[in-house]
Design a protein around this ligand. Structure first.
Ligand SMILES: C[S@@+](CC[C@H](N)C(=O)[O-])C[C@H]1O[C@@H](n2cnc3c(N)ncnc32)[C@H](O)[C@@H]1O
Length: 381
């Protein structure tokens, strides 16, 4: 046992949300008592996606000012409007196919989809499909998108798409995927599991849980200080592989925060990027608020790109949000009005706000490998 998480967890209000998180915590503690420690990835999977009580899967997650954290989507409809313009240009670059589907994964309450569909009312060929594994979120999305029933459909996972022409889009999906946490002892890598002591979750360091993880940690650059803790996101690689398999022709746009491999695994980042958010407060130990808080890590972009390439996708470009949105505006894709000059634009664009926080990875399949896209015109790679 390496360290204990001093629990700040409370069930003070007795509200439904607290009851769900409490039930989850008790269930996972009981499983650990019975079967022994679980990998952090399995623990995080339950914390966020337990079928009944997970932070996201229960519908408890609140995004926005009154919730736990902000995203581009919660800034308002402008983000969807800007991306709708980029999607339309992609459709044009592809030679205006008869049908063009925006497939969104991680759509949460469906606001982004609504913003895109509203901005693109006159775009006949547009179809929208949400990949949503959680019934409570699908129900919310159907309500949000009630006026677009002829253009929308749902599937529970990319495998259910049966191939598509268009663009796969995600905003902050990859940062919410369960990760393995590993620790460099100075001589070897161990994996951080979650155990239990005196009714609290405890970190426990054990051997790496799989061959696949062993292969991935071998790619982490050295030297690193003893006790260095970091994450490996195997789920991100699976998501990319699933999307690549389903995309017949078109684009993949991944919007998220992260670093290239050398920066992600820089020696100074000795406690990794794993964070937990509740009520806009950051908690360093995710073990404190199981089921009641968001848990997130930065994306390690180099591995995502390598995986995409090995699955037959090409990199069209990579840009930070500031440059991507500046490119869209400079190309005149979005007519200037109050929505492109107000506070929402400043929040998305300003380098000290969200402008430098997010990056855009644009991938292609069956499209000219360096398509001329407005969002990528100022990209550095
Ligand atoms: C950080 S939130 C982002 C929500 C939204 N895109 C936004 O930007 O406001 C992550 C979302 O990804 C969803 N998610 C996680 N794994 C998923 C999967 N395999 N398929 C679809 N959605 C998933 C979660 O349920 C959650 O709604």
């Amino acid at each position: 046992v390496q360290s204990g998480a001093k629990s700040k967890w409370r069930n003070a209000s007795g509200s439904e949300a607290d009851a769900g998180a409490a039930a989850l915590r008790e269930e996972v503690l009981a499983t650990i008592r019975r079967d022994g420690p679980v990998t952090f990835a399995a623990w995080m999977e339950r914390a966020l996606y337990h079928p009944e009580h997970g932070y996201y899967s229960s519908g408890r997650a609140q995004i926005g000012r009154a919730g736990d954290y902000f995203t581009n989507v919660s800034v308002g409809p402008l983000f969807g409007r800007l991306m709708a313009a980029q999607f339309r240009e992609m459709w044009e670059v592809m030679g205006r196919p008869e049908e063009f589907t925006v497939v969104e994964q991680g759509a949460h309450s469906g606001e982004f989809a609504r913003d895109v569909l509203e901005a693109a009312r006159d775009w006949e060929q547009l179809r929208y499909c949400i990949c949503e594994p959680f019934p409570v979120l699908e129900a919310r999305q159907r309500e949000t998108l009630a006026e677009f029933t002829t253009k929308t459909r749902w599937c529970s996972a990319p495998a259910g798409l049966g191939g598509f022409v268009g663009v796969h889009f995600s905003n902050e999906l990859f940062d919410a995927l369960p990760v393995h946490v590993v620790r460099w002892t100075g001589a070897e890598w161990l994996e951080r599991y979650v155990g239990e002591r005196d009714g609290e979750f405890q970190w426990v360091d054990l051997a790496l849980s799989s061959e696949r993880l062993t292969e991935r940690v071998a790619a982490i650059p050295h030297p690193l200080p003893d006790g260095y803790v970091t994450e490996v996101n195997l789920a991100a690689l699976d998501v990319i592989a699933d999307i690549a398999q389903q995309l017949t022709r078109g684009f993949v746009v991944v919007v998220d925060y992260g670093f290239a491999r050398d920066e992600f695994y820089a020696p100074h980042r000795s406690s990794g990027t794993l964070r937990s958010y509740s009520g806009h407060r950051v908690f360093d130990s995710p073990l404190e608020l199981m089921g009641a808080a968001d848990i997130t890590t930065h994306v390690e972009w180099t591995s995502v790109i390598e995986q995409a390439q090995s699955c037959g996708l090409q990199v069209a470009g990579f840009a930070d949000q500031h440059h991507f949105i500046t490119g869209l505006l400079a190309a005149g894709l979005v007519p200037p009005n109050e929505a492109t000059s107000g506070r929402a634009l400043q929040t998305l664009l300003h380098p000290a706000q969200l402008g430098m926080k997010f990056q855009y990875l644009v991938l292609t399949k069956g499209v000219s490998s360096k398509p001329q896209l407005a969002g990528l015109q100022f990209a550095r790679c």
